[in-house]
Design a protein around this ligand. Structure first.
Ligand SMILES: Cc1cc2nc3c(=O)[nH]c(=O)nc-3n(C[C@H](O)[C@H](O)[C@H](O)COP(=O)(O)OP(=O)(O)OC[C@H]3O[C@@H](n4cnc5c(N)ncnc54)[C@H](O)[C@@H]3O)c2cc1C
Length: 359
């Protein structure tokens, strides 16, 4: 695939400070060796090169497609905003969409709604041009507009940042997983856990959605199938769609051992299990995120019996996430490149708040 390139030139008295902070804060992404006053970073969605001459900082971003290029522009703009106090002077030229509609945004329409198990609602959505959402990560952010108002969607400005509607038009943003996608028919499914809580905008939306309802979506991003011959997957109901997607896409020569926590046998789903062993753990009426069932299961495993190349993945509530990460990293000593433990939600916290301390 051809590489896309965009660039911007920032002239600022603090350009040298911004360049220093950028490479010091992100040492792990630096590609060495760097020439004097030039730096190159390789990231998940593309790469960045930065060249400092006096008070001029030339930044170029490189990516395989427009979505990733937009993510890279946004990433640079966020950092410059932090280091220079604003994005003034950032104006991208070169490749990439010049429209104010972000290339990674879609308006999506509910086609059907089905209760697939007592605590899981499957919404089928239709949208135009969704091929890009079938690759490059399973997750999206859904944007729920305020009830009864015509939606106002985010736009992208010349510096690469999103402008979010404010006040009465503010959107509720939540992360979900595309459970399955049919690019040709322009349809995809998202499975929503129907969980308790006083205000639960996404769960409530799922419970009450009607065919024809319109919300927004940006993405995709995040996880793919772990690149390892042997994987262990741990998750609660919120991670069930991601685990299902991983199993769907698991090549035949790989094996997965899977542990999923749900309320009870009535919440068990049929998952692709050709080359996987599945075990279900039941909360039996105890509130989600309080049982420690997943970490208890990990503790029963003797790490010396695991294949050398094991990859451990987990998606769950914040306190489970902390415990599982401790076991995997500290007690089992699995290297960083062979594990990913993610907080999908946090008791008492809404949306992205759940992941504030989870980095
Ligand atoms: C990468 C990623 C992928 C995800 N994929 C999915 C998915 O495919 N399906 C899915 O259902 N969820 C998924 N989640 C989790 C989902 O984003 C959160 O559960 C989210 O908080 C739900 O939003 P809400 O508006 O319903 O509730 P919020 O407004 O965020 O929270 C309101 C209250 O509900 C509680 N709460 C939130 N989620 C749960 C829960 N599951 N059980 C019990 N209490 C809860 C909160 O602690 C809070 O007290 C994913 C999260 C991440 C990070």
């Amino acid at each position: 695939m051809n590489e896309l390139i965009a660039e911007t030139l920032i002239e600022h008295d603090d350009a040298a400070t911004a360049a220093t902070r950028m490479h010091q804060d992100h040492e792990e992404f630096l590609v060495s060796p760097a020439e004097e006053n030039t730096w190159q970073f390789r990231l998940h969605y593309g790469s960045i090169s930065m060249e400092l001459r006096d008070r001029r900082l030339k930044i170029r971003v490189f990516a395989a497609d427009e979505t990733c290029l937009s993510y890279m522009k946004m990433d640079v703009a966020h950092h410059m905003q932090e280091y220079l106090g604003s994005t003034e002077g950032i104006s991208w030229s070169g490749d990439g969409n010049t429209s104010t509609v972000p290339v990674f945004f879609r308006e999506i329409t509910v086609v059907s709604s089905e209760r697939i198990t007592p605590h899981m609602q499957r919404l089928r959505f239709s949208a135009e041009n969704i091929a890009r959402f079938a690759v490059g990560g399973f997750h999206v952010r859904i944007l729920i507009p305020p009830q009864g108002r015509t939606p106002v969607w985010p736009t992208v400005s010349g510096d690469g940042l999103l402008n979010w509607p404010q006040g009465e038009d503010a959107l509720t943003v939540r992360i979900y997983t595309i459970r399955s996608i049919d690019v040709e028919r322009g349809l995809f499914d998202i499975d929503f856990v129907l969980h308790p809580g006083l205000e639960t905008p996404a769960a409530l939306f799922a419970q009450t959605a009607q065919s024809g309802d319109v919300i927004g979506m940006i993405g995709p991003g995040g996880e793919n199938v772990p690149e390892a011959a042997n994987v262990m997957l741990f998750g609660d109901d919120t991670a069930l769609p991601a685990i299902s997607r991983m199993l769907d896409n698991l090549p035949e020569d790989r094996r997965a051992e899977v542990y999923i926590e749900v309320n009870g046998p009535e919440d068990v789903q049929a998952l692709p299990a050709k080359n996987a062993s599945l075990r279900w753990l039941f909360r039996a009426g105890r509130p989600a995120g309080t049982t420690g069932l997943l970490s208890e299961t990990l503790r029963k495993i003797d790490p010396s019996t695991l294949p050398e190349d094991i990859y451990v993945w987990a998606g769950c509530e914040f306190s489970d996430f902390k415990e599982i990460r401790k076991i995997v990293r500290k007690e089992w000593g699995i290297p960083k490149e062979r594990q990913l433990v993610v907080a999908y939600w946090r008791r008492g916290a809404e949306g992205d708040e759940a992941r504030k301390e989870a980095a």
